[in-house]
Write a protein of this length. Structure first.
Length: 328
């Protein structure tokens, strides 16, 4: 069992009482339902889960849902009928899991949730959850923007009264989108400068580069000379939006301040190239902690109900220095 040294974790809530689960063979078998391959972040997360399974000596049955909840539900059902030792999954959206998780519970197979949050009617339907604090990421994004605009005394480009923000949201119903919007709006409402800002438009770009570009094109069609700031709920959509901004004859990071989320390599490169301003880190390297948790559960040890991995913020002041040390 190995725990990545770079992974600091914050346990939330009380540790839950251990339950006993049966383990069929010597080698632990884990069924894992991933949501797809929508972003650089997701690819890093998938690669990490696969590598961590090897490090942990666990047999991994990996299933890719291609962005469909119904495929995830089908995969989880199939893991139940294969009698795997533990089921892991990333909930693509927050709701709609009760029935299938009840089936896992009836089969006495522990469920460990990774990355995104979920809402269930009964918290005992999963044993543990490992992920990131997506509401806090949203707060950090707004605070970074407020600080940057204030310190640099940035004025509205159209000569008006408000700094105009557009938002590219993630997948509708995903905790990574819901949480980042919530945190962003919360921090905006709490800012002494709140009247200085206006959200001009906010629309989903589904966490993909292509949709980020398309939605930004439509924002620019309506508000080309009014947009001062883009908050993109992941870096991939920001990278797509940068192309749309350049195609519209504007300078990304200068005419429009650009803040993303994830801190993937592509965004570091954009910051180094002077095309993006900041990214709120979201750590995809959750595999070691996930398999460590699976082993503890099977050994009858108690584990925290919810653990958040630790994350930072990167901008043009520290991107070049941090870049060589980045693992994803
Ligand atoms: O930010 C985005 C991805 O769930 C935190 O999903 C994750 C998000 C991540 O596709 O890039």
């Amino acid at each position: 069992m190995r725990v990545s040294k770079s992974l600091f974790a914050i346990a939330l809530g009380a540790a839950i009482a251990a339950t006993s689960y049966a383990q069929a063979e010597d080698k632990i078998v884990v069924g894992f339902s991933q949501i797809g391959a929508e972003s650089e972040w997701r690819t890093a997360n998938t690669n990490d889960v696969k590598a961590a399974a090897e490090r942990a000596g666990v047999e991994l049955k990996f299933s890719d849902a291609q962005q469909k909840q119904e495929n995830q539900i089908r995969a989880i059902r199939s893991f139940i009928s294969q009698k795997v030792d533990v089921i892991g999954f990333v909930p693509i959206v927050e709701t709609g899991w009760d029935n299938v998780l009840r089936q896992a519970k009836q089969a006495n197979i522990p469920v460990v949730v990774m990355d995104r949050d979920l809402k269930v009617s009964d918290e005992s339907l999963y044993v543990a959850k490992i992920g990131t604090d997506q509401v806090e990421e949203g707060r950090k994004a707004f605070r970074w923007i407020d600080d940057y605009i204030t310190k640099n005394n940035i004025k509205p480009r159209n000569g008006g009264d408000t700094i105009n923000i557009v938002i590219l949201e993630g997948t509708v119903g995903a905790s990574a989108a819901v949480g980042r919007s919530k945190g962003f709006n919360e921090a905006l409402a709490a800012s002494p400068n709140k009247d200085k800002y206006k959200i001009l438009a906010s629309q989903t770009g589904d966490f993909t580069r292509q949709k980020g570009q398309e939605v930004m094109e439509s924002f620019l069609k309506n508000y080309r000379d009014d947009i001062d700031v883009l908050f993109s709920q992941n870096d991939d959509m920001a990278l797509g939006a940068i192309q749309a901004i350049e195609a519209a004859g504007l300078k990304p990071s200068k005419d429009i301040v650009i803040v993303g989320a994830d801190a993937v390599k592509g965004m570091f490169q954009a910051m180094i190239d002077g095309k993006a301003n900041a990214t709120i880190e979201c750590n995809p390297l959750q595999g070691d902690l996930f398999f460590e948790t699976c082993k503890k559960i099977l050994a009858g040890e108690s584990v925290p109900k919810s653990v958040y991995v630790e994350e930072g913020v990167f901008d043009t002041t520290n991107a070049a220095e941090a870049f060589p040390t980045r693992k994803y």
